[in-house]
Design a protein around this ligand. Sequence first.
Ligand SMILES: *[C@@H]1O[C@H](CO)[C@@H](O)[C@H](O)[C@H]1NC(C)=O
Ligand SMILES: *[C@@H]1O[C@H](CO)[C@@H](O)[C@H](O)[C@H]1NC(C)=O
Ligand SMILES: *[C@@H]1O[C@H](CO)[C@@H](O)[C@H](O)[C@H]1NC(C)=O
Ligand SMILES: *[C@@H]1O[C@H](CO)[C@@H](O)[C@H](O)[C@H]1NC(C)=O
Ligand SMILES: *[C@@H]1O[C@H](CO)[C@@H](O)[C@H](O)[C@H]1NC(C)=O
Ligand SMILES: *[C@@H]1O[C@H](CO)[C@@H](O)[C@H](O)[C@H]1NC(C)=O
Ligand SMILES: *[C@@H]1O[C@H](CO)[C@@H](O)[C@H](O)[C@H]1NC(C)=O
Ligand SMILES: [Cu+2]
Length: 512
Amino acid sequence: MASLNLTTMQQSNIHCVAILISIILSFCIANAETHYHQFVVEATPVKRLCRTHNIITVNGQFPGPTLEARDGDTLVIKVINSARYNVTLHWHGIRQMRTPWADGPEYVTQCPIQPGSSYTYRFNIENQDGTLWWHAHSRWLRATVYGALIIYPKLGVPYPFPKPKQEIPIILETTKFHVKSGDTVLLRIINAALNQELFFTVANHMLTVVGNDAAYNKQFTTRVIMLGPGQTTNVLLTANQPAGRYYMATRAYNTAQNAAFDNTTATAILEYDTKITSNPLLPQLPAFNDTATVTAFTSQLRSLSTKNAKVPIRIDENLFFTVGLGLVNCTRPGPRCQGPNNNTRFAASMNNVSFVLPRRTSLLQAYYQNIQGIYTTDFPPVPPVTFDYTGNVSRGLWQPRFGTKLYKLKFGSNVQIVLQDTAIVTTEDHPIHLHGYHFYVVGQGFGNFNPSRDTAKFNLIDPPVRNTINVPVGGWSVIRFVADNPGMAFLVENGHGKLQTVEAPPPDLPPC
Ligand SMILES: *[C@@H]1O[C@H](CO)[C@@H](O)[C@H](O)[C@H]1NC(C)=O
Ligand SMILES: *[C@@H]1O[C@H](CO)[C@@H](O)[C@H](O)[C@H]1NC(C)=O
Ligand SMILES: *[C@@H]1O[C@H](CO)[C@@H](O)[C@H](O)[C@H]1NC(C)=O
Ligand SMILES: *[C@@H]1O[C@H](CO)[C@@H](O)[C@H](O)[C@H]1NC(C)=O
Ligand SMILES: *[C@@H]1O[C@H](CO)[C@@H](O)[C@H](O)[C@H]1NC(C)=O
Ligand SMILES: *[C@@H]1O[C@H](CO)[C@@H](O)[C@H](O)[C@H]1NC(C)=O
Ligand SMILES: *[C@@H]1O[C@H](CO)[C@@H](O)[C@H](O)[C@H]1NC(C)=O
Ligand SMILES: [Cu+2]
């Protein structure tokens, strides 16, 4: 099978080159730009509550610099690691066609950039525009090392809505934004939280949703939106209220029973160009566990007719993954043993495999260099045990096994994955992110997925396109995509997941 994949790839590469040459002559050179950036990762003193402490930033900025480019452009980012920690950067949502090594997750596509060294990421933006973001993909730095990545349409290509007067990136923190009465502005909202779904709303204003995860959607109006960690939403807001000040507010959507979460409300101020300085109006946010509002929002999402892609109809790989928590007995007590009874810890898993990152080398390098013993390709395509996933699950099923297991997909295959939440420990809304891909969300529901009942209700006409999906609490989501991007597609949930491989040439990566 490996050699078959290679042949397919080489043929398609030749095909690409042939097409590229003819297209470049007509317009590529005229339009596409290369943007060069230098990102210095460094300790930066910040003052908080009268005390100074250090956080790790890029170029001393928090949030980090905003990257801006057009569809078709190339980004070249030299990362200089002046901090005391290993670091990698991930360009969340960028498809990384033919550059899987530039994706960034440490020990998946590369080994980390070590203190005192540097590494240059180089990648193209292909057939994507909208809002994305970048962030450190090494455990401890993600909380402060991130920024927006804004992709404008190709020169001369308009938005599928009237040009907004202003575009405002919002990485959910307190700031103030000015608008002119009557103007329509585009808010690019990014949920950069580590692991928290968020509601977002603006007092007295309706939001017109126009895009998600760098894909346009059929427009609809709503008072409140929900974003999972890593998701982005573009909304139009018209300043059609009496001149004054209005709060934008964001707060957790949380579904896990008895789990601690940050229940504070973060705000920003939307200020009309006015002399009035009354107290801003605070909007009403849904309750923390308001799943009905989430469902009402997500069920309105529909993709705009897609220029390059069609929803896969004939499925080659039909996969079924349970996603959820498990409980593992601790070998010795410690800060990680936060599960019940002081001697257990939580471990996320898919199909009962809790993913373990390799340490010796990255998965991609192990693959290219044919290093044995780093991973196995026996990730189960269906749950190893069939049970009532969202019912009362017997304790004997709660402890997952650990492994570095991948599932290999054939280049070009049409893939369907059913993502099924489980009631192990607790049912919960799970954000699932697929690296290097956009996928169609063809169906969602509550309870156990039932193919004979639920398949008939799939939306194969205009399903939403996303790179991150929130599997509903105690429910399921079904995604479809074409495996057209060779590399390691890392399906992530709380740092655990499964991968796929296809051939590609090895680059100069940081040493392991
Ligand atoms: C937030 O959580 C704290 C601690 O659990 C609790 O005391 C407080 O009442 C909560 N606030 C809201 C608004 O729910
Ligand atoms: C949401 O939380 C409230 C208050 O804690 C509770 O009364 C209600 O039953 C919960 N709703 C759901 C759907 O879990
Ligand atoms: C975990 O610990 C519990 C309580 O000591 C025990 O009953 C159970 O068999 C252990 N599970 C495994 C998989 O070792
Ligand atoms: C867990 O450990 C804490 C601190 O050592 C102790 O106070 C508590 O009683 C323990 N809980 C259980 C269920 O053993
Ligand atoms: C779940 O099953 C366990 C063991 O069979 C039982 O003790 C418990 O009462 C059940 N819980 C519910 C909510 O049915
Ligand atoms: C997961 O695997 C462990 C170890 O083989 C087993 O004890 C457990 O029952 C399995 N659980 C599920 C849900 O398959
Ligand atoms: C940093 O990365 C190197 C290379 O992979 C590794 O050997 C080292 O253990 C890492 N350091 C930490 C603190 O993880
Ligand atoms: Cu990502």
